[in-house]
Design a protein around this ligand. Structure first.
Ligand code: SF4
Length: 168
């Protein structure tokens, strides 16, 4: 099961997108130094198609992207929900902020436009920090994951040796 603890329209999490970000609870990652420990527990409303439809209707024409923040406790369910949203909202881009360092077995690149991987490590810093372990990828049509983490870091440039990785 997936649960939505809260949601908001955000501008910095996905470059060039106005994003409706849904924070999902039941987080199993338990990063040391997590700033969102309220997401560890069983809180919020169950993520259903009705709930997603209602929120997307409320923000229709105002957002270009829907981002699921979390969902590592049930990536299969998250993929089913992504497939539902994609099938009913042409043009809306889909993003997933995962706390895992790798893609799950059920990964389907055709559903997603962006994915963030990696837990929060206090000593390395968040995505906005050049030393971060976390990576944000844009997913091209052929399923290639292109590292665009630098877009979240002031003054940073893409590095040739980390520009892209092949999808599994
Ligand atoms: S993945 Fe996010 S919410 Fe979960 S423990 Fe790590 S920082 Fe906290």
């Amino acid at each position: 099961m997936l649960k939505v603890a809260d949601y908001d329209v955000v501008f910095a999490e996905v470059p060039d997108e106005v994003t409706l970000a849904m924070s999902l609870s039941l987080c199993p990652i338990r990063c040391t130094g997590c700033h969102s420990q309220h997401l560890w527990g069983d809180v919020g409303l169950e993520l259903t198609t009705d709930l997603v439809d209602g929120l997307l209707h409320r923000y229709e024409g105002q957002v270009t992207c829907l981002c699921f923040m979390g969902g590592d406790n049930d990536p299969e369910m998250l993929h089913r929900m992504a497939a539902y949203v994609k099938g009913n909202n042409s043009g809306l881009r889909l993003a997933w902020y995962s706390g895992q360092p790798q893609l799950p077995q059920c990964w389907d690149a055709s559903l997603w436009n962006y994915v963030k991987l990696g837990p929060y490590v206090k000593d390395l810093g968040p995505l906005s920090t050049p030393t971060t372990n976390q990576r944000l990828y844009r997913i091209d049509e052929d399923g290639t994951l292109v590292d665009i983490t630098y877009r979240l870091q002031k003054g940073a440039r893409p590095q040739d040796d980390t520009l892209s990785i092949a999808a599994r």
